[in-house]
Design a protein. Sequence first.
Length: 360
Amino acid sequence: MSSLLSLVREDLRTFAGYSSARRAGVTGSVWLNANESSWRNPADGGLGANRYPDPQPAALRQRLGDVYGVRPEQVLVGRGSDEAIDLLVRALCEPGRDAVVVSPPVFGMYAVSARLQGAPLVEVPLVDDDTGFRSDLGAIGDAALASGAKLVFLCSPANPTGQAIAAEAILALARRLDGRCLVVVDEAYGEYCDQPSMASWIDPQPNLAVLRTLSKAHALAAARIGCLLAAPELIAVLRNCQAPYPLPSPCVQLALAGLSEPALVQTRGRVITVRAERERLLHELLGHPGVRRVYPSQGNYLLVRFHDAEAAFQQLLAAGVVVRDMRASPQLGDALRISIGSPAENDALIQALASGRAAA
Ligand SMILES: *Cc1c(COP(=O)(O)O)cnc(C)c1O
């Protein structure tokens, strides 16, 4: 057994999962094996939704592989990257024993999945210094080894704090934890980042995996398409743990159309706009008397500390501008997270903040 498969729960290593009608590997022209209707619904519109969908559509895997620079067999497509996070925790962590390491304040789904699985959660707080927040990868490695963790989640660019982690540092951590722990880099905001993806390191360092999503820069949050990029043998195991038909055909079609070359050209243009707006908003906010600190960001959002965050939040709400209240998160008792919108939306935000006195 490879050292990578040794990270999978022992009871699941040979688990074959549900043998669905679409996985049987048979072909034919008269399909009577899945109790489907032979007729299309009157509302079908050419979709062919009377038939169960391909669990992992080859065309979508291929396209995602092209876009992210990996081979199709290194791609697991799921219902958002949230599903991939959940699958990883379920397949790798024995309840009550195998820990998950995270660095708060961070995206909450890692902790939610760990909690649902009964996996111990080990928290190594982000360090807040002059340059912004940063991960303490040495402490993360120590904590992973000390707790016998199976999973480390790194968020880069990090939500909500904005920083990215250097590739060499991630690789050093993965090498240190080789054979003991899977290091998962969540690149949900990778399109907005100056740094290249870690995906090209999956082959030389198989205990490294990457999460990507179509929910952010690709503007397809409602399609619920995300993926895990990882070693093929791990992808195969996770496939057996996944729901039989995870991807609705209309969502697959939308994703394929949304990843066509012309669509990608537009997406890249919008990423350029968002990055420019991020800089504009950063400077506008720095000049606001109610603002204590704005963190530099590699994502499509800014984390902002206010002298009176409650007043700023209410003032924005009163103007119809909804931002994310981060005050319940550790170290963020005075912070709001502001997504970068269209230029007009960002103007509305700036205006709403400027017009009130409360936050000043
Ligand atoms: C938004 C976000 C996701 C995306 O989740 P989906 O399930 O793909 O919509 C994943 N990770 C982080 C850190 C996020 O902020």
